[in-house]
Design a protein around this ligand. Sequence first.
Ligand SMILES: Nc1ncnc2c1ncn2[C@@H]1O[C@H](COP(=O)(O)OP(=O)(O)OP(=O)(O)O)[C@@H](O)[C@H]1O
Ligand SMILES: [Mg+2]
Length: 262
Amino acid sequence: MKISICGKGGSGKSTIVTLLAKAAREKDMSVLVVDSDESNSGLFKMLGFERPPIPLMELIGGKSSLKKKLSEPDIFQEPQISVNDLPPQYIQNKDNLAIVSIGKILQSLEGCACPMGVLNREFLKKLHLKENEVAIVDMEAGVEHFGRGVDDSIDRVLLVAEPSFESICVAEKIQGMAVHIKKRVYAVLNKVPSQELASKLEDKLNKKGIKVIGSIPYDPVVFEACLEGKPINNGDAIHASARILDGLLGERKTSREKTSCA
Ligand SMILES: Nc1ncnc2c1ncn2[C@@H]1O[C@H](COP(=O)(O)OP(=O)(O)OP(=O)(O)O)[C@@H](O)[C@H]1O
Ligand SMILES: [Mg+2]
């Protein structure tokens, strides 16, 4: 299963990626985290790795040669790419938890992030997962990835919504774009300070046709781990995310049987 994590900037996407990766590992699944955020670069630390993988953009020779390389024989020419096909320097791997990075903007005036979007879309399309493998994709903030078709091969779109007006606006846009490509959106409430506000936020999302599958409280343990750039090892958010993963995996059969969004 390929799960994308998307939502407004700062809503908690990367945090939830790390929490879901941990929950999946605890279920003995092999996890591939795909870091497709071209700006932020600390995800590898939150997952407990000492160094980041070399971005896949380098594997194909950098942004400028993307077009040429995609038409030359290399692993991107194969119909499928398995996790084991990736050369070791482009993947960090420890105890069945792995991370790849699509590409980062590193210099001023280097141009836009469109090539990263193209590469991400092609990689996810070709990525072949075994029965017990799950890919969790940390998307860049906002909706541009939908515009680029990155979500086309995703099985589950998990939308992170925090209690803010802007977050609900982004959620509504994501819902519309996902329905357009026949994907079902599942929402997780994050940084929720009280049950009362959780209900209010859920109600607003339900009115826009978005199904909420879980809620993660505002948790100081999470905040501190993110501040230090360290894995989250305890706290309420961990228990909540295990239930959210179960919810996503539990609906696997139902969604494969469907041909379009309900
Ligand atoms: N449940 C939570 N409890 C407390 N703090 C949280 C929680 N979730 C996220 N945060 C905090 O919110 C901030 C943003 O989180 P995070 O980086 O995961 O968001 P993001 O959506 O990935 O941001 P970006 O759009 O920049 O990639 C961090 O400081 C993080 O510690
Ligand atoms: Mg992030």
